[in-house]
Design a protein around this ligand. Sequence first.
Ligand code: VAL
Length: 423
Amino acid sequence: EPHSYRNFKLIRINPENDATLSYLKSLYEEESPYTLDFWQPPSHVGGVVDLTVAPSDASSLIRDLSARGIHYIVAIHDLQKAIESEKSLTSWAHPPKGFGYERYNSVDEIYNELKRLKRERPSLITLIDIGQTHENRTMLVVKIGGGQSLDEDAPSVWLDAGIHAREWIAPATAMFIVRELVEGYDVDPKLQAMIDHVPFYILPVMNPDGYEYSRTSDRMWRKNRRPAECQHKDWHTVCCRGVDLNRNFDWYWAVSFLPYFSASGSSSDSCHDTYHGPAAFSEPESMAVRDFLEAYPPKAFISLHSYSQMWLIPFGHRRRSYPADYSSALRPLALRATKALEAVHGTKYQVGTGADLMYEASGGSHDWAKGALKVPFSYLIELRPRNTLFGNGFLLPEREIAPVGNETWAAIRVVADEVFSQF
Ligand code: VAL
């Protein structure tokens, strides 16, 4: 039986002053008396904080917020209901069998589809097993274009998705882009010329253990499934599983710049959702990605996440910290890409670093790709939705997969075209 979120609530707060902000930070960083899950951690005054609360704690939390004069909205009244209506195009009780491009699929369904595409287009597609997870799942990269052999010097574009288990729209978007590339190859001569020269390497599910766990056991799981680590806390021992893979890369790994313990950067507590792991690249998933990228360094690195509609540029580990070519190259290309994205369905994105727009987070893969691997164009995309009155956060209905896929592809194509014209 999967974990039930019956009557869990999603509370959305715009902290208007420092007192509110530090109260929310204390709930996030210290032991809170309530069962809370921060979908968007507190960062700055004027930002957005999304948190879910268990039904048993909802009234006390709301009493606390009201007593402090903190404005909030209840964006979701019954999280379980929202989880069930996420499958908007298919029946939740009787899911259809097999892969669908407008559905949230299992890892097996995704891999079977990639194998089917490979059988259909053997010269266009190459499948590469780059490693195994803790639970022995394969990490499967699909190479599209550029011939069947791997060439370390050829310019290429890397795209990964699903580093965070619960961000289901990310793998769905990656698969949508796989199809755009495969089908576009025959009918779009410009696209053909581009991917003949600049192949795409796509890892649609970077965290397959976590993804499957979020499908079968706990929809809101974020980390990988590293076996439990135990620690002594006060008078008892607690053991927790999982590492946040996007805190496990060797770029200011485990470093926190704030003068106090900052769990919003990255946490040393194995029970925390942003646990950075016992060492940089301690995890098979991040190790596999590192080893592959070091062997075949791409010209563009793009990592798909959700949610909040932001096109994030390095560096995310610290506020006001930028690569040398931030203003001359990275940001102008990001602006062009998001303009192309907006032209498709009018979807607006913010552009900047994650640290400036949201919160500092060290050990992230897009920072490592730019800072350590020196990939020219490195980005992290936070897909739909935005945190508006009705946005369902991670629970984006299946009917939005196609529009998200179309608009995101338009933006990524701008990046790939730039690589094609430069290298
Ligand atoms: N949402 C991302 C993360 O928590 C940040 C880095 C933008 O990993």
